[in-house]
Design a protein around this ligand. Structure first.
Ligand code: ADP
Ligand code: TRP
Length: 320
């Protein structure tokens, strides 16, 4: 069985772009793979200085509510397995400065105003440690992370050149079926653009958000184009082909306006996420259960990490 591993940065809220782009594909993979999923709270230190602890719990609760099954995967918080920091340091010695200098993500983040500190610069080395520590084969990521996986391979090759076959060379997997989920303004849905539909909003907030989706201004009694319509494109994520055909007929009919289509979308979103609310409420009230799940995930991850680090410590000369 292939080992699939991915990290999720702890952030305040998740939106339907995160859900279809990353959360759902990971949850779907737990059935037939050996899945390793962790909350990257050390990585969050590089750009998010406040509320990391709250965000970590929030992200864990969302994953569990949405269907991540801790009995079928290994789910933990990055900082509960300290070996990753030791490997990060050792790998730093196998990471050419020029390799890090070429990282797009570092340049983008600095351009956005995040301070150019050393943790941000060496972020890809910690990511390499996350992956190589567990001998992961496949890393499902968004497009923006591809370069980081390539850097991980480069670092692993450099180390393997000295100590043969120590690290598995990982491959990235980008799901091309999930097109970028558009936001309410039609641009990529992203928390940086303030155009998101968040998961687990109250019914009132959700309605407000859906009704704010931007459309053209073709009047109610004229046929409308669905292909470029943001309401239709978001509906595609929630409706099956029969429902979409019905929706397309309604666009063509010239008897309804965008407000009606938005209400249908609202109903679909509500029905889709409805089953997850109850579980979320449960975990919100039982955070000790969440901690127990994460701690037992960390125990599983730790035993792999400890083994791997023993080999590496011996190779490097840290055992005397
Ligand atoms: P944001 O852009 O809101 O800051 P992140 O960068 O934290 O989101 O992304 C977390 C994960 O969600 C990544 O794996 C990313 O590829 C995925 N993701 C984010 N936005 C979208 C989107 N609009 N469509 C598809 N996937 C997305
Ligand atoms: N950098 C990734 C992101 O921002 C999160 C992450 C941290 C990660 N370590 C990882 C993803 C290891 C895959 C593998 O989305």
């Amino acid at each position: 069985m292939k080992k699939i591993l991915s990290g999720i940065q702890a952030s305040g809220t998740s939106h339907i772009g995160n859900y279809f782009g990353m959360i759902k594909p990971m949850i779907d993979m737990q059935a037939n793979n050996d899945l390793f999923a962790f909350i990257a709270n050390y990585h969050a230190v590089t750009s998010l200085n406040e509320n990391i602890s709250e965000h970590t719990m929030n992200m864990a609760i969302n994953f569990l509510a949405l269907g991540l099954n801790p009995d079928k995967c290994t789910f933990w918080v990055q900082s509960d397995v300290k070996e990753v920091l030791e490997l990060y340091w050792i790998l730093s010695a196998y990471t050419p400065f020029g390799l890090l200098e070429r990282a797009h993500s570092f340049k983008d983040k600095v351009a956005k105003g995040i301070p150019a500190n050393h943790a941000l610069f060496s972020y890809p080395v910690l990511m390499a440690a996350d992956i190589l520590l567990y001998d992961a084969n496949i890393i499902p990521v968004g497009k923006d992370q591809i370069q980081h996986i390539e850097m991980t391979r480069d670092i692993a090759i450099k180390y393997n050149n000295k100590f043969d076959n120590t690290f598995v060379l990982p491959e990235f997997q980008v799901d091309s079926n999930v097109a970028t989920v558009p936001g309410v303004d039609g641009a990529k849905m992203s928390k940086s653009y303030n155009n998101t539909i968040e998961l687990f909003m109250s019914p009132k907030e959700l309605k407000k958000r859906v009704m704010s989706i931007q459309t053209d201004s073709i009047p109610l009694d004229k046929p409308k184009e669905y292909k470029e319509c943001n309401v239709y494109n978001i509906s595609k994520l929630f409706m099956n082909e029969d429902e979409l055909e019905l929706l397309r007929d309604r666009y063509r009919s010239g008897t309804e306006g965008y407000g009606h289509f938005k209400l249908s979308l609202l109903e679909s979103i509500t029905n889709y996420f409805e089953p997850f609310y109850e579980k979320r409420e449960y975990y919100l009230k039982h955070t000790d259960d969440v901690r127990d799940i994460l701690k037992s995930g960390a125990t599983k991850a730790s035993s792999i990490a400890k083994n791997k680090m023993n080999t590496i410590r011996e190779q490097i000369g840290l055992i005397y």
